[in-house]
Design a protein around this ligand. Sequence first.
Ligand code: SF4
Length: 348
Amino acid sequence: MKKAAAQQSAAKKTAAEKTAAKKTAAKKTSPAKPAAKKAAPARKAAAKKAAPAKKAAVKKAPVAGKPLVAPKKATAAVKAAPAKTVVRPGKGESRTALVRRARRINRELAQVYPYAHPELDFENPFQLLVATVLSAQTTDLRVNQTTPALFAKYPTPEDLAAANPEEVEEILRPCGFFRAKTRSVMGLSKALVERFGGEVPDRLEDLVSLPGVGRKTAFVVLGNAFGRPGITVDTHFQRLVRRWKWTDETDPDKIEAAVAALFPKSEWTDLSHHVIWHGRRICHARKPACGACPIAALCPSYGEGETDPEKAKKLLKYEKAGLPGQRLKPPQAYLDAGGRPAPPLGAG
Ligand code: SF4
């Protein structure tokens, strides 16, 4: 009996020991749960910290109203923007689309050059006729510097027709080709006296019958001295209408006919001024200032010249302000708030 009791007691002890060992083991492992509980708030806190940072990153630029500091790629995209928005008519442009685009260009240029006018100084049709003949191969500014002395000495066709050629040559020397120009202006003066009673005719066919007078000169006189619509196809006009793909013609008479068909007759004279002014100030023969051009979005030749806005501004010319082709500095001096060329000095 004693032996059995001892065996029972030992078995109880062993069971108690096993239970105690289990409890100890459980105690040892149980701290893992609280650790996990602690880790969760830490993650939440970290997430909270990160969340405002993200929000701030999103809000920052618009709230501050500061221009975004664009990465290089984005900057390139901004610079190239005009090219994306440019209407590039190419070969597929319909006649209707061409007419619309041409008229829109003229409207835009009318906004940029509302004061466009012939840049030759004149007081009557005779003076304009002579000044236009003299302007071949030279600048209007040079002609304007020369004609006051000429018209002071020879105010009428009769006076110029009867002049001493050598004296006229001396006055016209600064215009270049002064001998040929002397022959022209004296010849046309004689023709005016002999055939038109000393008056400048107001019909195209009569004007082009005068020595040294072509259609371009005739239209300048008709449009500006007689108020008769005319298209003046000078070197600027020829260059620009080809850049704008208004026509592929190269002959001045054909260019005139092609452009005339795009516009109502009443717009011809002003159109000529707008195009010529744009050619003199922005769309130059060698370095068109595309980056400062107000009609870049309508021009199929955008990119033929400088497209960087700052560099392009430096190319703008402002002939009325000084010597031909003189560049004013800084460019802001002759750009208005919209970046467009300001009116010439003294223009009304
Ligand atoms: S300056 Fe450039 S964009 Fe402007 S009309 Fe001339 S070619 Fe076209």
